[in-house]
Structure formats: C-alpha cells, structure tokens
Design a binder for this molecule. Structure first.
Ligand code: AVJ
Length: 328
C-alpha cells in the first residue's frame, strides 16, 4: 500500500507536466458535476486495475468468469463447426484466454482463420497479437484500436462467415440506450450469415450476486478505489482513496449491481482543469453499473438493435448465459 502511494505521488507529478486526455477530462467534469456523481467504469483498467480484475475473476465469490469459460468450452466446438466461422471479431478483447477457446474451435474445424481483436489499449493489443500469432500458426491477426463504447469499424473484407463476440457480461456496464447503440454498431457491421455471441450475467438470488461484488478478501474494494488512482495519474487530481469506502449493492428496479465509492468525510478534491469538487460525508460516486439479464431482456435488447436471438445457453445453475444473435 505504501509502495502504491509512493508511486502515485510520482505519477501525479508527471501528470502535472502532461496534457490530460481531453475526452477523459470532459467525461470526468460531466460525471462529477451531476447530482449523483458518476465515473465511467472504463477508467478502472490501467495496468494495476487490469491486474486486480484478473484477480477478481479467480475469487470464489466471483462466479461469472469460470461459468462463462465452462459454457464456451462445452459449446464452442459444436457452434463453430455448425456455423463454419472463419473470422472472429472480438469486442474489448480483454482476456485472450476466452478468445483461445474460440480460436481453438476454429482451428479444430479446419479454418486457419482471421482474428480481429478490438480494444482501447494499443500496447495490450500488440502483445496479444504477437502471442496469438505464435500459438496459432496460419492465423491472421488484425487488431483494431478503438473504444467500443464510442465507435469501431472492423475491416470490411473479412472471410465469411464471421463471429462477433462480446464476452464477460461487459454489456451490463452500459445503460440500455448505450447498450442498444453498441449492439446496433455490431449489427451494422454484420453480414447476413454472420453471428453475434454475447456473454450475459443473469438475474438471480440477490445474496449471490451481491457477494460477487463484495468479496471477503477486499479485492473488489481495491479495484473500485483504483479508479481514483487512475484519475490522479491521468489528470493530476488529489483524491485520497483511503477516504472513500467501497459499496456495491443490487438495485432491483433496473436489475443491476451498482458500485459506488462513498466519501467517509466532508472534503474537497482538486481536479486540474475542473476545479475543486466538494464531497459531503456519505456522498458517493457511482463507478459502475452491471446490469443483469434473462432471456426476455436479451431478446428485447437484441431486437431494439435489429438482431434476433437465435440461441440461448445458460449454465446448469442458471448463473450466466451465452446468447447468439443474427441479423433480424
Ligand atoms: C468485466 C464488467 C463484466 O460487471 O462483473 C467485476 C467488472 N466489477 N467486479 C462485472 C467487475 C466488479 C465486470 N465486467
């Protein structure tokens, strides 16, 4: 912890001499001036945040990752063989491990294949691309650097049919209108025989889902607070993460987990380019929503984006599901 604070101070000093990302500054300014302060969950994921998320995926309480992996392992060999997929376009190519399950199924089905990982982090993509080229000789890897929340355009001449994949339940991070816009962009890129594969976390016993975001080891709490360190590094702000508490709860009206950082005292935080931001004691920043779904909510989401739900595969405990969509 001390180590981390030390490096943060250095990071802050550097950030003061660096031009902050103007879009980040605008998003943070808007989010921190709203009545319910809010920050986009994409700012969890600097190097440390990605490490913490990796750690979360292995926690006993965090069921989504291992459940999705098991679903992919049992279903992909059949689905890929049936579809004859020759291209995999992956949105937010976070975990190369899940991609491997699909790429291995493509290889087993006899297609050398093309892999198009789309991610915001260019360095992450370069690393993933060279590793996969080594592991899958004959595979063409064409990374695309883009923020999928904003816009993305895959190469137009991809071998057909293509499978678009958006895994991990990350669709849950988007408010419904933004989720529909995102799926609409996928739909616009798809051809008639392409498919869209999406992982979704399911509505379930509230205690089970709340436990997944309140792990006993406090990794999720550290992950949540890490966003303040990301802001300090990128914008030169002076957030003290120790004065914010992790809170995660299920909001049943909108079927979603909300993660907040709650100020434990009245305080002012200096954000260069924005000014002093006031926090009352107990006031919170919402850092993430994670919407939970069922078959009918996915059907609706798909149909609003011009997609038709073709297949639906939950695990035996009905914790998580894989959905396949086709142009409607
Ligand atoms: C990667 C967005 C799917 O919402 O469960 C994990 C992120 N947040 N623990 C999720 C997360 C807190 C995760 N997603």
């Amino acid at each position: 912890m001390l180590e981390r604070q030390k490096s943060t101070r250095i990071g802050t000093t550097v950030a003061a001499y660096r031009q902050p990302n103007p879009r980040m500054l605008a998003e943070v300014a808007a989010g921190l001036s709203a009545p319910q302060k809010e920050l986009p969950p994409k700012y969890f994921y600097d190097h440390r945040g990605s490490e913490l998320f990796e750690e979360i995926t292995g926690l006993p309480e965090y069921y989504p990752t291992r459940t999705e992996r098991a679903l992919l392992k049992s279903w992909m060999p059949h689905l890929i063989a049936e579809l004859g997929s020759r291209t995999l376009v992956e949105l937010g190519a976070g975990s190369a491990e899940k991609s491997r399950i699909i790429l291995s199924a493509m290889r087993a089905a006899g297609s050398a294949g093309v892999y198009v990982p789309i991610d915001v982090s260019a360095s992450f993509l370069t690393e993933t691309a060279s590793r996969l080229r080594r592991e899958y000789p004959g595979l063409t890897v064409e990374p695309v650097v883009a923020d999928i929340a904003e816009d993305f355009s895959p190469p137009s001449d991809l071998p057909s049919p293509a499978l678009y994949a958006f895994l991990g339940g990350t669709i849950g991070n988007f408010y419904p209108p933004a989720a529909i816009r995102l799926l609409g962009r996928v739909r616009a890129a798809m051809r008639a025989n392409d498919r869209f594969l999406m992982g979704v976390d399911l509505r379930k016993d509230v205690r089970r889902v709340e436990a997944a975001y309140n792990d006993s080891q406090g990794v999720t709490a550290e992950f949540n607070r890490n966003m303040l360190l990301v802001l300090n590094d990128e914008l030169g702000s002076d957030f003290d993460p120790a004065s914010f508490e992790h809170r995660a709860f299920y909001e049943p009206v909108n079927h979603r987990i909300e993660m907040h950082l709650v100020s434990t005292l009245e305080q002012e935080v200096q954000v260069p380019g924005i000014g002093l931001v006031h926090f009352g004691k107990g006031e919170s920043i919402r850092t993430e929503i994670s919407c939970k779904h069922d078959r009918s909510s996915v059907t609706e989401l798909f149909s609003a984006a011009g997609l038709r739900l073709e297949s639906w595969r939950p695990d035996p405990e009905v914790l998580f599901a894989l959905a396949v969509g086709v142009r409607g």
